[in-house]
Design a protein around this ligand. Sequence first.
Ligand code: KIV
Ligand code: ZN
Length: 517
Amino acid sequence: MANQIAIFDTTLRDGEQTPGVNLNMQEKLEIARQLENLGVDVIEAGFPISSKGDFEGVRAVARQIRRPVIAALARAVKKDIDRAWEAVQEAARPRIHTFIATSDIHMKYKLRMEPDAVLRRAVEMVTYAKSLCPQVEFSPEDGSRTRPEFLYQVLEEVIRAGADVLNIPDTVGYSTPDEFGALIRGIQKNVKGIDNVVLSVHCHNDLGMAVANSLAAIENGARQIECTINGLGERAGNAALEELVMALRTRRDYYRFQTNIVTEQIYRTSSLVSSLTGVHVQPNKAIVGANAFAHESGIHQHGILTNRETYEIMTPESIGLKKSQMVLGKHSGRHAFEERLQELGYNHLTADDINEAFRKFKDLADKKKYVMDDDIEALISTELIQIPEAVQLEYYHISSGNSLIATSTVRLSREGSTVEEAACGDGPIDAIFHAVERATGLEVTLKDYRIRAITSGKDALGESTVKVEKDGKIYVGRGISTDIIEASAKAYINAINRMLYDVRENQNGQIETIETI
Ligand code: KIV
Ligand code: ZN
């Protein structure tokens, strides 16, 4: 359809290049499953040559997620393309996405290649990728800063070589909407064969214009948009999927384009990505920020009560925020709990997942009078990504006060044995972290620590997110509890378990060091 926009989600590839983000295979799969529910057309699942973990992640997504196209990124280098193909070949609809820089500055200083050699390489590698994979996408990296005549020439020749999708990146987020729109118009006008391929764009947000540039590209002929959930990505990130899609939907009168996105899944997807990456969404972020639908001033509240449209251009329900919450309590049985899970859309849980979630629900219902949907979603999100819990918290004790040195004792179990340790610290959280470190004998560097209430009321569930670093890699841990010290200890131990899991999974380590792209 001429007015259909394909959504290419690159949260698992460009989004995973966000500083401090490191997703394991289970987490990538969980995000991919949710992206499928969201209705994206293409999932770029990773950059297989970059590490064994990335390769395994792409392969798992290709095997298990069947509706969207699954793309794998590769430099215009034969071994990258071979590895990308190995990772995606079992997908129902595989795609190899290969790229090479075409701007003068990148060719001269990064690639150290002459334009003719870049052109030859692009053609050779698209031809090679096409001999393996039915769908090939080509990106001229730094496209927006490439001399237009050279860009047209490269694009024309890769179309002849068999590319199906041409993606124009604004790699450094330098373009303005007018310029970028004109670039896309120029490509439409000057590149032979452009009508036989899909024209796509990939905009970075360095000047805060990624979404505006993507929309300008749509108005000038782009029919695939590359974007990420919550705008994650290199540096200032990529165009935010939720902003783009809601702009197209809310201003259908102006844009007249549609997507396959089930917008009611946006909020859940955003929360999942935020909790697994440990990158919190700023409260005033468009569409998914906590304040996006909050009305503070009396005048606005009055307007909303009289007619929502006075101050609301889209409804919270349209992105999946619920109007009212169901309440369960300690007398609710397994049947009611399971039914609620179904209603909330959790229909791919195994019997073991449900048993474990029900056990946690019962524990919570003992501490909290009303268990709301938000509480259940929080319990489930910790249940979905099961990594082996090599270290478990059995018990902790804290002694703290404003005139005492905080001390903590912990008892942990680790692979069948029990260890007990005590430590002091600057406050109870620091003390418990030190005690855990002593008990595990593992030294990690704490990079970030956060605590927030994820549900409401004074018996709200607290969620702690901890980032630790070991050997240059960041591991994010999450813990929830009605007790913030317990939530913090669980988050710290969760990060340690992720590190142990990663070390075991990636024993062969990095395949190759890749320069930044
Ligand atoms: O920003 C960029 O240029 C990229 C390409 C690999 C598409 O991420
Ligand atoms: Zn990018």
